[in-house]
Write a protein that binds this ligand. Structure first.
Ligand code: FES
Ligand code: FES
Length: 159
């Protein structure tokens, strides 16, 4: 059985058809937000992370129908006036993007951290990103990217 909910996705309110058992991940991908990656489907890899009312969540673990009236942000909503979010740019600049499969989820998790902590330590970043698995990078560059983005967002020197 399907029903229609209202979601604000990347700042635009829209009606979205959902089946009762759909995850938020399935619905977002069906709506064309394919930055949200389908990894483990069990809440273990972080590839599907999005912001739900500003907090990073694993969208595979959220029933879409429970998100009626809420706001979702995906990577597609980060660009402003043709500019990448500072964390997206830092991920590129530090070489933290290799195959890229984990990158959207890592970026959304990092943005959640930076929204709560503008001056994170390396340990803060490691703790925040602990649920975002990456087969390629060894994680060092991703941590460096979040620290560089924090510096840049505070107006300090770039990475
Ligand atoms: S696909 Fe959601 S945590 Fe892995
Ligand atoms: S860059 Fe390939 S899984 Fe992270």
């Amino acid at each position: 059985m399907s029903t229609t909910i209202t979601l604000t996705i990347n700042g635009t309110e829209r009606p979205v058809a959902v089946e009762l058992g759909d995850s938020l991940l399935e619905v977002l991908r069906r709506e064309g937000f394919t930055s949200v990656k389908h990894g483990c489907d069990t809440g273990d890899c972080g590839a599907c992370a999005v912001l739900l009312d500003g907090d990073a969540v694993d969208s595979c673990m959220i029933l879409a129908i429970s998100t009626d009236g809420r706001a979702v942000t995906t990577v597609e909503g980060l660009e402003t006036d043709g500019h990448l979010h500072p964390l997206q740019q830092a991920m590129i600049d530090t070489g933290a993007v290799q195959c890229g499969f984990c990158t959207p989820g890592t970026v959304m998790t990092g943005i959640d951290l930076l929204s709560r902590n503008t001056d994170p330590t390396q340990d803060d970043v490691k703790t925040a990103l602990a649920g975002n698995l990456c087969r390629c990078t060894g994680y060092v560059k991703q941590v460096d990217a979040v620290l560089a983005a924090a510096r840049q967002m505070k107006g300090g020197p770039d990475a």
